[in-house]
Design a binder for this molecule. Sequence first.
Ligand code: SF4
Ligand code: SF4
Ligand code: FES
Length: 235
Amino acid sequence: MKVTLTIDKQIIHVERHTPIIDAAKKLGIFIPTLCYHEALKPYGACRICMVEVIENKRSKLVTSCNYPAKNGLEVFTASDRVKRTREMVVELLLARCPNVPVIRQLANEMEIKAARFKKKDDQRCILCGLCVRACEEIVGVSAIGFVNRGIEREVNTPFGIESHVCIGCGTCTYICPTGCIEMVVKADAPGCRYLNMGDLALDTCPNSYQCEACKIEDQFFGEMKRVIEDVRSIT
Ligand code: SF4
Ligand code: SF4
Ligand code: FES
């Protein structure tokens, strides 16, 4: 069923429950994102995609990647309230990750020179959860997940030990927007790779490093190709 709403005063008709971010895209309106990916379920973690909506005469801020289009909704993607809140989110991220290019770029675009908040350790992970969801939803192994709470929250393997389900496919590396997870060539097995995420090595090769005869990567890249084709077919 189609619904009618306005985004930045432009009328649009979309299927009910279409995320606002996708409806805005159809109108050529860009909304910045960090934790959103078309191939994954929305998560609403980073808050960069915040927009203001007026619903039942009440105004509120919502995350556009997971807020559904509804009849009569008025959406504003760049109101003063949106800009102020988005700037605050970027400042917080800048305080956490001052040297991450994607965060620096967002800060530059918003003309934020430096974060007002006290810097913690210089980190690279913005806790967007893309790697965790890709590992679960695309690869289907859930080798990594979030652990701890608050400022201790981080991505890790269960119990922080070497994963025995990670297939070393590199999807988490590919999807990570900050370069936090790296593929590293294994010194004692040239041609093979392992994942390096801070102190964590996800070093597991179920095929004893017999890369040339390895069917695991072939299967994985076949599945990835299918997912990418599905995503491309979304108009
Ligand atoms: S490399 Fe391992 S942790 Fe990363 S997505 Fe693939 S299976 Fe998951
Ligand atoms: S490692 Fe990368 S993809 Fe995973 S949560 Fe951190 S920033 Fe996001
Ligand atoms: S992109 Fe919507 S909350 Fe991150």
